[in-house]
Each structure stands twice: as structure tokens, then as C-alpha cells.
Design a protein around this ligand. Structure first.
Ligand code: 9MG
Length: 287
């Protein structure tokens, strides 16, 4: 299953863990209840047009998800998720030269998606579902291990941490060991602290302010803050459609604190902001 393009992309990600260059991952939700697109991209032509637009705006990766992970959401049966994501992944890979990521926790979906051309597994459960470690050990694609306290249906009820960065770091260490023991090489892993997943507003703000502490792992860091409730709350209760500027600002803060990949809805605005940030940071390094 080794694809040379993916192999080089993967090497680039590892290299980037130590550099300031940022990759932008555009979100494509193929769900009827998606909080940010209202399920608008269910028709595959509309979905492909949206992908085309994200790529034209500078997306490096397209993250395709068929199950909502927002707080309170219900699980989707395997077959339904397969039917949502596999055809669109195949169509994206056929039409565009880009890395496609599959946002799933189900091993059956991971396998079918990678067979259809996905080049990254983005798992909000960090391969904790039965069979997920074993399936990923049989593949060669990078895997994003995201931290979540609890389950999407209940995670926002009473999240609690002794020390948010310390607790998440313990979780990362435990999942890295589990991956290595299953035969997944460490250099395939990307870490994500999971903003909004079993975290209060205070937890999220604290996490963003201390994001650089995860650099000790020497692995790429992925961050998803785009349009999340933390942005709305920090802006005095803004609805989802008023969170663009706050999302871009939070993305830039994350990038300045060491994030290597930003998972976003608004690709063009994020790419522009990251270009400015890179220009200033490169100048700092030169001077
Ligand atoms: C699927 N999904 C929703 N939010 C996310 C986040 O913050 N990170 C990752 N990796 N996936 C997410």
C-alpha cells in the first residue's frame, strides 16, 4: 500500500515538526447534521466543487468525515459511514492531486478509506476502538491521534483535569506506546490535543496558551479550533457564522505556538494569515 507521494509527504511532516512551516487541512463534512455546513455537501458534485475551492485557496490536505463528533452527537452505523465517505474519497483522489485524510474512529472505515486513496487517518479516539490499532499497523499512512476526555455524546458534562497539559501528555505517551507495540512506527504519528473535546472554555484557553509544551514529543501537532464554541464564547456568544476572524486568530496563535497542521473550515483566510505569520517568523530567524 506504499504510495511514493504519501511517503514523501509523511517525511515532510516529520521534518516540519521541527520547522515553522504550516499545513492547512480543509474540512469536508459529509454529514446531514454538520454544525458548520448544514449537510450542504452531500451531493458529490457539490462536495467536489467545495474541495476544488479549498485547494484553489491553498489547502494542503482535505479531511473527509462522515460522522459528526460535535458534543451530543450520535454514532453512525459502519455501513452508513462507509457509504458517505468512501465514494467521495475515491472521487477526490481521481480528480485532484492532494492528500486526503479520513476522519473516522472505525477500523472498517479506515481500511476502506485508505484503499480508496486516503493518505492520512484522523482519529478523534486515537485508535482506542477495538481493531483500530491492528488495522493501522497493516497500513503505511500517517495517523493523527487526538485527545478526547469521554465520548462525544457526554464529553462536555463535567470535564476535569489535574493539569491539562500534563494529563494530555500522559495520554499521548500511553497512545504512542500502544501504537508502537501494535507495530505502528512512531514517525507515522501526529498529535492533537483535541480542542473542545471534553474541555471547558478555561481548559481550551489554557491549552492554547501552553501548546508549545507538546513539542517535547518531537512529532507534528495538529490543531482544530475553527468555528468551535470556544471561539464563540470568547467573542461574547457569537453564533457559528460569526466566528471566522476569531478562528483565524486562534489558528495563527496555535501556529505560533508550534502547531504544524491547522484543521479549518475557512481555508483562504487561514492560508493568508499563515503566510503573514511565516514572513514575520522567517524574518525573525534571519535577524
Ligand atoms: C474531526 N474533528 C473535529 N474536530 C477536530 C479536531 O480538533 N482535531 C481533529 N484531529 N479532528 C477533529
Amino acid at each position: 500500500m506504499l504510495n511514493p507521494r504519501l511517503f514523501f509527504w509523511q517525511r515532510k511532516m516529520v521534518w516540519q515538526a521541527n520547522k515553522s512551516s504550516i499545513q492547512v487541512m480543509g474540512i469536508l463534512n459529509i454529514t446531514p447534521d454538520s454544525f458548520s455546513d448544514g449537510g450542504r455537501f452531500q451531493g458529490s458534485e457539490a462536495a467536489l466543487r467545495h474541495v476544488e475551492q479549498m485547494l484553489a485557496e491553498g489547502a494542503d490536505i482535505v479531511d473527509v468525515g462522515g460522522e459528526s463528533t460535535r458534543p451530543g452527537s450520535e454514532q453512525v452505523p459502519v455501513q452508513a459511514e462507509l457509504e458517505r465517505v468512501v465514494p467521495i474519497i475515491a472521487a477526490i483522489r481521481e480528480r485532484f492531486d492532494t492528500v486526503v485524510s479520513v476522519d473516522t474512529s472505525k477500523p472498517e472505515v479506515m481500511l476502506a478509506a485508505v484503499e480508496a486513496g486516503a493518505g492520512l487517518v484522523n482519529d478523534v479516539c486515537a485508535l482506542r476502538e477495538p481493531g483500530a490499532l491492528e488495522i493501522c499497523a497493516r497500513m503505511s499512512v500517517p495517523i493523527c491521534l487526538m485527545h478526547m476526555q469521554g465520548q462525544p455524546r457526554t464529553m462536555q458534562r463535567a470535564p476535569h483535569y489535574e493539569d491539562i497539559v500534563g494529563d494530555i501528555s500522559c495520554f499521548f505517551s500511553e497512545r504512542i506506546v500502544a501504537c508502537e507495540q501494535a507495530g505502528i512506527a512512531r514517525d507515522r504519528l501526529i498529535l492533537d490535543p483535541g480542542f473542545g473535546f471534553g474541555k471547558t472554555l478555561q481548559h481550551n484557553v489554557n491549552l492554547l496558551s501552553r501548546l508549545d509544551e507538546f513539542s517535547v514529543f518531537g512529532l507534528p501537532i495538529l490543531v482544530g479550533v475553527s468555528r468551535k464554541s470556544m471561539i464563540g464564547a470568547l467573542l461574547g456568544g457569537r453564533p457559528v457564522d460569526g466566528r471566522l476572524h476569531g478562528s483565524v486568530a486562534a489558528g495563527v496563535i496555535a501556529a505560533m505556538k508550534g502547531a504544524n497542521i491547522l484543521r479549518v473550515h475557512d481555508v483562504g483566510a487561514t492560508v493568508d494569515a499563515v503566510k503573514l505569520m511565516n514572513a514575520v517568523m522567517n524574518e525573525e530567524q534571519r535577524g
